[in-house]
Design a protein around this ligand. Structure first.
Ligand code: NIG
Ligand code: FE
Length: 404
């Protein structure tokens, strides 16, 4: 297989054991073999014999190169929008209040059920292309706006099809336990039984990579969440949880007991929750877009997470209700300004730690043996990625070794 050389670039490798911040390599080079990185380091150290084997040479013209960005928490596939609800909220009606009145997630469920697979594909593809336009090479997409077998299947199939039709890797997560659908009003436990049936069926159809639930007073209890986790674990599926977003329900401890890949949101995370996550190796997925858009004031406990050594990922949470956002670069900035992450922590949050939040060991850094997913930026230093608002310094994205 022919080898390709990329040279004349600064590399932000994000390698975990790097001594330089960002794993920075000035005057770097990478050798790509097929879809895989074969060699990464300073050009001056590239073995001459390897260089001689490179039949294609790409001059990066001084670009900064980072790993491909990973958006590890999205609800990208949905029908309609919630601009009217946004207006209501600006007049003082709360997010939870709107949900209790039958709006919120339930209104997106209605619009998603009404939409055909073709309509969902068209609207979701626009959002996906926006993410890709900022260097996203892996994106997680949750179901959870269908809440009935046929509609959950439709959304997961749309997500899979988006991945097949675009040069991006899509990971699907089943979020049947997102909200109570109208036909199960007042029957949470009965709906959880239905969630378990849907999960078994959809996992059998190969549509599910991981399982998530919304553990919250306006959604599902820890006991109900645990039933979903048990079923998912029996099917050998990885777990994630929307935990402690609006209150401290102890969801993080539960998720940690089940070895969840990640707990997401976490504004109300307790010390005990953070300790449990650290023991379990769960990633904290922080979602500054939802914090901003819901005008929350309670910050996730970043210092606690740092003290316990819990890895922090950053994601858009792209969804119509709490974070109608398709810019992962904007989230980098907001992670710094709102959550006080350093630009280096933020960049690790959309690369190395985001990969871990999805259980993917083959990406998220520039290192030999990992996937050749990377982005060339018209920048000198990686801090500039988190610094600018509304800029898009992307030059090229390379996905599985090929310029996209
Ligand atoms: O991640 N927290 C639950 N789910 C979504 C919001 C869903 C919605 O409002 O449509 C979230 O914030
Ligand atoms: Fe979410």
């Amino acid at each position: 297989m022919s080898l390709q050389l990329w040279h004349h670039c600064t590399l932000a490798t994000l390698q975990a054991d790097a001594t330089e911040p960002y794993g920075l390599v000035c005057d770097g080079a990478m050798v790509v073999q097929g879809a895989t990185l074969k060699w990464v380091g300073p050009l001056a150290e590239l073995p001459e014999a390897l260089r001689a084997q490179c039949s294609v040479q790409h001059d990066a013209l001084g670009a900064l190169i980072t790993p491909g960005l990973i958006d590890c928490h999205t609800h990208l596939v949905y029908g309609g929008d919630r601009a009217a609800e946004f207006e209501q909220r600006l007049q003082g009606v709360g997010y939870e209040e709107i949900a209790r009145r039958g709006g919120g997630i339930a209104s997106t469920v209605r619009a998603t059920r009404e939409a055909s697979a073709e309509q969902l594909t068209a609207s979701s593809a626009q959002r996906l292309r926006h993410l890709m336009g900022e260097g996203v090479t892996t994106v997680e997409i949750k179901s959870g706006y269908g809440l009935a077998l046929a509609h959950e299947r439709k959304c997961l199939q749309v997500a899979r099809a988006l991945g097949a039709d675009h040069a991006v890797d899509v990971r699907t997560t089943f979020l049947g336990a997102h909200a109570l659908p109208p036909e199960f009003a007042g029957q949470g436990d009965a709906y959880i039984e239905e969630v378990l049936r849907m999960l078994a069926q959809l996992a059998g159809e190969g549509l599910v990579d991981a399982v998530d639930a919304f553990c919250e007073r306006i959604a599902f209890s820890t006991a109900q969440t645990e039933r979903v986790f048990q079923a998912a674990q029996a099917l050998g599926l990885a777990l994630k949880l929307h935990a402690e977003q609006l209150s401290d329900s102890g969801g993080a401890q539960l998720a940690a007991r089940y070895g969840a890949l990640s707990c997401d949101h976490l504004e109300w995370l307790s010390d005990a929750g953070a300790a449990a996550m650290a023991d379990a190796g769960s990633v904290a997925v922080l979602l500054p877009g939802a914090f901003y858009f819901l005008r929350e004031t309670k910050l996730p406990p970043m210092d606690l997470l740092r003290q316990h050594g819990v890895p922090m990922a950053i994601s858009t949470d792209c969804n119509p209700g709490s974070s109608p956002c398709t810019s992962l670069l904007l989230m980098l900035n907001m992670a710094c300004t709102l959550f006080r992450l350093t630009p280096e922590e933020a960049l690790a949050g959309v690369t190395r730690h985001a990969a871990r939040a999805l259980g993917l060991r083959d990406r998220g850094m520039l290192a030999p043996g990992l996937r050749a997913d990377f982005v060339l930026w018209d920048l000198q230093h990686p801090a500039q990625l988190a610094y600018a608002l509304g800029a898009n310094p992307l030059i090229h994205t390379v996905f599985k070794g090929e310029v996209r």
